[in-house]
Design a protein around this ligand. Structure first.
Ligand code: NAD
Length: 339
């Protein structure tokens, strides 16, 4: 089995690669990643020498490079994590989100049609469903919830999802889509809420919380997301969408307070800043389908997962310090430029 994992130098993709190489020692895993600001090759350092692993630096929007890789590797499956993923950046500059998230998805699927594969899996997000009101805790996103996006990021992800479904219906491409809630865990880029708060707290810097911090997210430990995708690509039904989430809703402010408590830092570090434009209030996933069909259940409770995550950031200062300093952007050239 040969699997191309796109965006594997990022947060979830890298965790997925570790999971797959560990669980299926006879699989060949190829990471295709163009190393944007969010991709960091040092993240993959521990698998670089694995003979069943290959890293290829190219963009999913580069048709020639993608086709060449398919000709070289004859992949059985594609798991597409590659994306521009930060909502705030999409508000500042939507264009690259359309290029990567929509056009890149089309290029990958065109290659799948041309060369043939057994599965194309699209890693999507619960943000395609828009948001839920805070005063209706009885409401959850199911796979039937209409697409109703808020940000250029979620719109680009929704556009990609529709295209994936169209390629299934029009060309019979064997696709699956997963829509997951917010992830946390090792290798999360320092601009995102949980790592940002951990790192700022460690430096006794202000902890900037949008609005009143009342926005609710449904947090899932990254390993549980990777296990769900593993189940879907092997046992999921072609053409189907699977929601992934662990019924772990928390407000942003509660998350930040937990981090302060775990690190022994005062809550006086918390500062409230102007809210994000169009900020979604609440996301909450109903994971009944993936549970009933594939037997998936989250294994890591938040209380445990957040402790593990904080400990990981304490043990891997070098990883995030090079990111914060911007040095990591030169890492590829330094380490691999002349190879
Ligand atoms: N982080 C979450 O909580 C979350 C939740 C649900 C779904 N998702 C989805 O999961 C996927 C991965 O998210 P993440 O948080 O790991 O993102 P990330 O920003 O950490 O990583 C994205 C990776 O994609 C690469 N990339 C970007 N543009 C590319 C291109 N044109 N060609 C090749 N590689 C490119 C980057 O270099 C980076 O390595 C995304 O599709 C995202 O929408 C994320």
């Amino acid at each position: 089995m040969t699997i191309i994992v796109t965006g594997g130098a990022g947060f979830i993709g890298s965790n997925f690669i570790f999971h797959m190489l560990n669980k299926y020692p006879d699989y060949r895993i190829i990471c295709l990643d163009c190393l944007t600001y969010a991709g960091n090759l040092s993240t993959l350092a521990k698998v670089m020498d694995n003979p069943n692993f290959r890293f290829v630096k190219a963009s999913i929007t580069d048709r020639e490079a993608v086709y060449k890789l398919f000709e070289e590797e004859h992949p059985d499956m594609i798991v597409n994590f590659a994306a521009e993923s930060h909502v705030d950046r999409s508000i500042e500059n939507p264009e690259v989100f359309l290029d990567t998230n929509i056009k890149g998805t089309a290029v990958l699927m065109d290659a799948c049609r041309k060369y043939g594969i057994t599965r194309y899996h699209q890693v999507s997000t619960d943000e395609v469903y828009g948001d839920l009101p805070l005063d209706r805790p009885d409401l959850f996103f199911t796979e039937e919830t209409p697409i109703h996006t808020s940000s250029p990021y979620s719109s680009s992800k929704a556009g990609a999802d529709l295209l994936v479904q169209a390629y299934h219906r029009t060309y019979g491409l064997p696709v699956t889509i997963s829509r997951c809630s917010n992830n946390y865990g090792p290798y999360h880029f320092p601009e995102k809420l949980i790592p940002l708060m951990i790192i700022n707290a460690l430096h006794d810097k202000p902890l900037p919380v949008y609005g009143k911090g009342e926005n609710v997210r449904d947090w899932l430990y990254v390993e549980d997301h990777c296990k769900a995708i593993d189940l879907i690509i092997h046992n999921g039904r072609v053409g189907e969408v699977y929601n992934i989430g662990g019924h772990n809703e928390m407000t942003n402010i509660d998350i930040v307070k937990i981090i302060c408590r775990e690190l022994g830092k005062p809550e006086s570090l918390i500062t409230y800043v102007a809210d994000r434009k169009g900020h979604d209030m609440r996301y909450a996933i109903d994971p009944t389908k993936i549970h009933n069909e594939l037997g998936w259940l989250p294994e890591t409770k938040f209380a445990n997962g957040i402790k593990k995550t904080i400990q990981w950031y304490l043990d891997h200062k070098e990883w995030w310090e090079t990111i914060i300093s911007g040095e990591y952007e030169n890492y590829y050239e330094k380490m691999y430029g002349n190879r």
